[in-house]
Structures are given as structure tokens and as C-alpha cells.
Ligand binder design. Sequence first.
Ligand SMILES: [Fe+2]
Ligand SMILES: [Fe+2]
Length: 339
Amino acid sequence: MTIFDGGGKVSKPIKIVLAIAALLIVYSFLPLIPFWLMQPAPNTENNQAAVQKLSKNEGTYFSFLVFSDNHAGLIFNDAATLKEIWHMNREDRSRKVPIDFVLSAGDVTLDGKTAHFKAYKKLQKLIKWPLIATIGNHDDRKLFKKYCGSEKLAFSNRNAYFIIADNEGGAPDLEWLEAELKKGKEYDHIFVSMHKPLFDPYQQDWYNVDNAPWAYKLRKLFAEYDVDMVFSGHRHMFKHEEFDGVDYMVTGGGGMLIEIPEADGGYLHYVRVVVNNDYVTYEVRKVSPPLWEYVTYYFWKEAIYWVRDLYGSGYILGRNTKILEPRVSGLNDKEYWFE
Ligand SMILES: [Fe+2]
Ligand SMILES: [Fe+2]
């Protein structure tokens, strides 16, 4: 195939390929149009109402889906979440296991404005299962209560106990949390959702909780109560860690434009969890961005990291040998961790 024909013009096959590519890009944008026109779910469809819908569930074999950081209210984010929801809604296609609900680990809005919550409520309407939301640091508290309901709740579903904690500002209410963990001991499984993770999912990053005593304490507490899984978001990536037999999942790929390289976990995704009596398994469902978003953002994000990886003079221009002190002092004092 020649790119240019004899007259220096673009050849016909190339024109056809470009036209198809343009059509696919336009097609990938279209789902936003009905989304903009639709009405949001009513405010009565909140966390408490979602929990109510679970009360008649029976049996000990079930599934639920988890996503986080959809940050509704920005065109890029909503387009990506719309695509994720389309995939989520197909999760029961094999008709093997009932899917009980969908859990969001927080940052449901771009920045907590009313318009952002309305966009979130539209997304909620498109999800065919009850949606339970955790509050994130970008979600205005007053509006979260109005649109999503209680930001601190615990409920049982079949043989599992779910605790939705509020740690958008850092440490959660420890007394309440421990009381709920005690109740959870009556069930086969305990799952916790809290927006901010208890470890650094991306170590050379601004989010730094590995040196915070409350996070350390909480890991010990969750181990003591045999928690199965702790879901978080906050960092826009996927990361799984295990401490003392507890699985910690950062699942912040729910729609927000991702800034972390794909190779390090920076990709759009949600998680499917299956509980089979005593056993819990999970799968990460990677979702590619809509084509128009790939060509305008995701391709360039990866390209910039590729260029960054070429950076560095190899010590011709400077030896980079200065040791930098940690910002927090007392890190190696025992009292710092156990006060
Ligand atoms: Fe976020
Ligand atoms: Fe966050």
C-alpha cells in the first residue's frame, strides 16, 4: 500500500483507513450524549436503601463488584466510567453466581460540587445493582449525605459483614470501627471499605501513609479481627498487598484520568469479588479507555513516561549524591508508632 499516489495526494486505501479510524473515534464519544440528557437517580436511592435491598439475600455463594475514584463531573472521567459500567453490567452474563451489589471506595465526585454529585447519580442509575458509596476526600460531606446517604455504615449480606468507614480525612473513628469489627466476628467474612489505603501503593508518590501511626495500628487491628479484604482508592491505580493474612486492594481505576504509568498499575479497572462459603477470590477487570480518550490523553500519558525514562545524564552533569532527610521526624522512635 502506498501512502501517496502518483500526484502527491493521499492514496485511496489510506483515506479509507483514516475514515474508519475517525468514525470509531466519534462512535466511542457517543455514549456521553444520552448520559448528559438523562435524569439522575433520586436521592432516596442512597446507601441505606441499597443495604435494604440486600436483606432478603440467602445462601453463601455470591459476588460483588468494587470500583473507586470515578470522580464524576469531568467529561473524561464520566466517559471512562460509562464504559466500565457497560462491562460491569455484563458480569452476570454467565449466570453462574448472583451479583449482589456494587461498592465504590470513594471519590465519587470530581470535587464535591452539586453538579458532580448529579453526574454520579446518573452513573448510579446506569448500574443495574444496588450501589453503596464510601466517602472520599473529594466528596463534600454535606452533599454526600444528601445524595449518597450515610458515610459510616455497616451491614451484613449472607455470610459476610461489610464495614463502610469514613477515613477521607485520615484516621477513621477507631472506637466505632472496632465495635463493628466485633459484630463482624459473627460472620464467616469481614470486608472493609475506606477511601484512603493503609499503605503506600506507589512509594515515590505524594501520598505517604506508611509513616503514619494510625495506618500501622489499623493494619494490626484488621489482622486481629481476621478481616478478609480492605478496599480503598485514593491513588488512581490498582495495587494489591497482603499484611498478616489480610488482603488490601487499591482499586482507584474507576474513571478518573489516571496519571500513573500503566506498567505500575495505572489503568482503568474494577474488581470482582466472589465469596464461596469459606473462600474468597477476586479478579481485576481491566477496561481500556474509550478510543477518543485514548487518542487525546492515555496515549500521550504513556508517551510522556517513555520520554521521562530517557532522562538522566548518567552522571556527566552531576552526581546526585545528596542524601535527603525524611520530612517526618521521630520515625525510628518506638513511641512514634505505639503511642
Ligand atoms: Fe481520587
Ligand atoms: Fe482521594
